[in-house]
Design a protein around this ligand. Structure first.
Ligand SMILES: NC(=O)c1ccc[n+]([C@@H]2O[C@H](COP(=O)([O-])OP(=O)(O)OC[C@H]3O[C@@H](n4cnc5c(N)ncnc54)[C@H](O)[C@@H]3O)[C@@H](O)[C@H]2O)c1
Length: 432
């Protein structure tokens, strides 16, 4: 099939590349010319394991094209995916749909034959109806269908998630469009992926309800970890004990920092606003948002406590600053709050992240990037394990602390409390 991805970010680029790898011709469009130039030069604007090789393979085969001109891409395609960002609106906390509606407008001006227009962006319920209205102003309904196909891939595991999804959800009232989407995904369905056809609005809600549920699970175990800390219980035992119940399941039950990233914070906020619009109080999700906000403060306060409230001139090393491993995504990462806070209190920050230096810290003073763990930890007072990258899981702390014995705050529970005690480190972790 001929496909167009509008927006070549984490979702559009990964899914577009994977669709090309299944044999389709894919036009990845982005209004960011720099991004398209980079992609055409063989560079990948994001950090996603395995993506560079997959892009190269399909680009060379001529199945994957990167262009700025949406007009050409839309005209040549049968299926058009909208994969633009839907950030939090600063004024209302709802999803800002400016980019989605702008894309819909541009599409409407370039429909030359029947098209299926698919929202992959995470959008509130009834957005599909609005997209349909926008396009109907320019083109008769017989020339297009608007379908919802929410994306569930996780950054860092995105290619695997595309190839082996838990489910593919397609929402549409048109049998013809559902069948076409089924054919597009047939190579994955044939390998066992579950295909769920629903109404368009149901698909829109499924996405938000899934993310809000996962955010709830994280906040829940984080609060239980707080209780464990007060009662001398190990949260790891509790997580395993809860997770073995098949009705609950063990995933997303690992205590740690507040949830962050580009999806959970914005999606939890957006769905509560949608609830309010429809006069439905989504009180559970609202309390999850509050709990998560509190957690950011709690963990930052913990750093203060570990340093006995003496932060001025303390050297602190951050291992990992992204919100999770295997991505360069800094959106809503706890480090964005913690680092400026500690700098303000007079700390000197050093950081290392496998995905490289971060522009988010470029304007701050007293912070330096080091391109390896040894340099970052050299002579510091405290090491904070912020993100659970693989390379932080078996560190030789004795060697790292040769120049100066540092304290450790492991926000990901990567090490055994007993072992660290045995090695003579002042070691702090979560819920243990
Ligand atoms: N990142 C994830 O892990 C993830 C997972 C599932 C769903 N989602 C959802 O997918 C959507 C996209 O997320 P993302 O992380 O890929 O965003 P992103 O910011 O990485 O990428 C969006 C891209 O769209 C481009 N764009 C915006 N308007 C455009 C237009 N009119 N024409 C062409 N290009 C345009 C931007 O330049 C940008 O490159 C969001 O709604 C998000 O909630 C994201």
């Amino acid at each position: 099939m001929k496909i167009c991805m509008i927006g070549s970010g984490y979702v559009g680029l990964v899914s577009g590349t994977c669709f090309a790898d299944l044999g389709n011709t894919v036009y990845c469009v982005d209004k960011d010319k720099k991004k398209i130039d980079m992609l055409n030069a063989g560079e990948i604007p994001i950090y996603e394991p395995g993506l560079k090789d997959l892009v190269a393979k399909n680009f060379i085969a001529g199945r994957l094209k990167f262009i700025n001109d949406l007009k050409i891409a839309v005209k040549k395609s049968d299926i058009i995916f909208i994969c633009v960002g839907t950030p939090t609106s600063k004024k209302t906390n709802s999803a800002d749909l400016r980019f989605v509606f702008a894309a819909a407008n541009e599409i409407s001006r370039n429909i030359n034959k029947f098209k299926i227009i698919v929202t992959k962006s995470t959008v509130p319920v009834c957005t599909g109806d609005k997209i349909e209205q926008i396009i109907s102003k320019k083109k008769s309904k017989k020339y297009f269908d608007v379908v919802s196909n929410p994306e569930f891939l996780r950054e860092g595991e995105a290619i695997r998630d595309f190839r082996f999804p838990d489910r593919i959800v397609v929402g549409s009232d048109s049998k013809k469009s559902i069948n076409k989407m089924y054919s597009l995904y047939a190579p994955l369905i044939n390998k066992g992926a579950k295909f769920l056809a629903t109404k368009r609005r149901s698909a829109e809600i499924i996405k938000y309800a899934s993310n809000a549920f996962l955010a709830t699970k994280i906040s829940y175990i984080n609060e239980i970890a707080n209780l464990c800390e007060k009662t001398g219980v190990n949260i790891e035992d509790v997580s395993i004990g809860i997770g073995l119940d098949q009705r609950i399941g063990s995933r997303f039950l690992r205590a740690g920092p507040a949830y962050g990233g580009s999806c959970f914070p914005k999606d939890t906020k957006a769905i509560t606003v949608t609830g309010d619009i429809f006069k439905t109080d989504l009180s559970i999700i609202k309390s999850v948002i509050k709990s998560n906000e509190k957690r950011k403060i709690l963990l930052t306060e913990r750093v203060k406590k570990i340093l006995s409230n003496k932060i001025k001139n303390k050297k602190i090393a951050f291992l990992g600053v992204t919100f999770k491993p295997n991505t360069d995504d800094m959106r809503q990462s706890l480090s964005l709050l913690m680092i400026p806070f500690l700098l303000k209190k007079g700390a000197k920050i050093r950081y290392y992240d496998p995905s490289g230096v971060k522009k988010e810290f470029s304007k701050l003073k007293n912070i330096s990037y080091h391109d390896n763990i040894e340099n970052a930890c050299n002579g510091v007072d405290l090491v904070i394990i912020h993100t659970e990258w693989e390379e932080f899981k078996a560190l030789d702390f004795k060697k790292l602390s040769k120049r100066k014995k540092f304290k450790i705050y492991d926000m990901r529970n990567l090490y055994s409390v007993e072992l660290m005690k045995h090695k003579g480190f002042e070691y702090h972790s979560i819920g243990r």
